[in-house]
Ligand binder design. Structure first.
Ligand code: FMN
Length: 321
């Protein structure tokens, strides 16, 4: 297997990115600990989980939690903002610059009903004027790059990804990440990589391809099929953080799995209360241990541990270390 990627770096705005694999923003998943784990494996760039503009304006605890614990080694990092109201997005993004983001990313792709149906996330795809206003105002007032993460359209009959991509470029956007699905598709069907190739051909700012990259072969295939500048990986990273090091899950030894689990759990315990960390860590353990095919009873026992020490001991035993 040829592990070499076609490009070793890319540039957007004033940011030189050393590497071409990007960690996707994932709400409830990509907290500081997970971002640091992925950066260590080779993710070249990362984003915060999406942040609601109103939460920023109201100084909510949720917003503070999302930006307070960012570490030096997470840079370059983009803060991702979502809202239907351009005023709120612009004011929130301006306020967020206090926390030293390297770039601000506008979420134009979230398909979740409570977001999209209210005109935010993928809902913005139906209102290009608002997108233009957000990019005009932010690029006029901020010196860091403003980027977007989009889907292909609201639904198949409103697949306006070329129009939206042109508009973002024309209004000063520095880069576009494209999840190759419409809002209507949610996570169903197959991501449309042809559309990503079309966008890449049509605009001159960097394009990050995203959707359904699950293994090293997929990374090579997406680069070759779309000619994108970089690849963003989401769900597959939860089961295999080593994908950023161009390694498939079956290549990872149990000792490496255990070392990563121990490292991530320690980071989470230091960022949250131990009880919260153990709760939040469940979804990662579930994914990291997929190859063990644990049954329901085994999982129940595993998730009953009340301290990270005893959880780690149990995992060590399961991994036969
Ligand atoms: C649990 C979860 C949370 C997500 N949260 C966000 C988010 O906060 N912002 C965003 O732009 N996309 C979000 N996404 C979408 C991913 O960034 C990505 O576009 C999508 O999962 C497709 O890529 P994949 O096939 O590599 O997973 C989320 C996806 C998942 C599964």
């Amino acid at each position: 297997m040829d592990k070499k990627l076609p490009l070793s770096s890319f540039r957007f705005g004033n940011i030189e990115v050393n590497g071409t694999l990007v960690a996707a923003p994932m709400d409830g998943i990509s907290d500081s600990a997970f971002r640091r784990i992925l950066r260590k494996q080779g993710a070249a760039l990362c984003y915060t989980e999406f942040i609601n503009a109103q939460d920023v304006l109201n100084d909510s605890i949720l917003f503070q939690r999302k930006v307070a614990s960012i570490r030096e080694e997470e840079h370059p990092i983009g803060f991702q903002v979502y809202d239907a109201d351009p005023d709120a997005v612009v004011t929130a993004a301006q306020k967020l610059t206090r926390f030293q983001p390297d770039f601000i990313d506008i979420n134009i792709g979230c398909s979740v009903a409570r977001v999209a149906n209210r005109g935010a996330g993928a809902g913005l795809l139906l209102e290009p004027d608002k997108i233009a206003e957000i990019f005009d105002r932010l690029t006029d007032t901020l010196s860091i790059p403003i980027t977007a993460k989009i889907r292909l359209g609201w639904d198949e009959s409103h697949s306006n990804y070329l129009e939206i991509s042109h508009l973002i470029e024309a209004h000063g956007g520095a880069m576009i990440a494209v999840h190759g699905r419409t809002r209507q598709q949610g996570f169903q069907g197959k991501a449309n990589w042809d559309a990503i190739r079309e966008i890449k051909k049509d605009i001159s700012i960097p394009v990050i391809g995203n959707g359904d990259v699950k293994c090293v072969d997929d990374i090579h295939a997406m680069f070759s099929e779309t000619k994108c500048d970089a690849i963003m990986i989401g769900r597959a990273a939860i089961a295999n953080p080593w994908l950023f090091a161009m390694r498939d899950r079956h290549e990872i030894s149990n000792a490496e799995v255990y070392a990563l689990i121990r490292e991530q759990l320690a980071m989470m315990v230091s960022d949250y209360e131990e009880e919260t960390a153990l709760l939040l860590f469940r979804k990662f353990v579930n994914h990291y241990l997929i190859p063990l095919h644990l049954n329901r009873a085994q999982k129940t026992v595993l998730f009953d541990h009340r301290t990270s020490q005893s959880l780690l001991k149990a995992i060590e035993k399961l991994l036969e270390l």
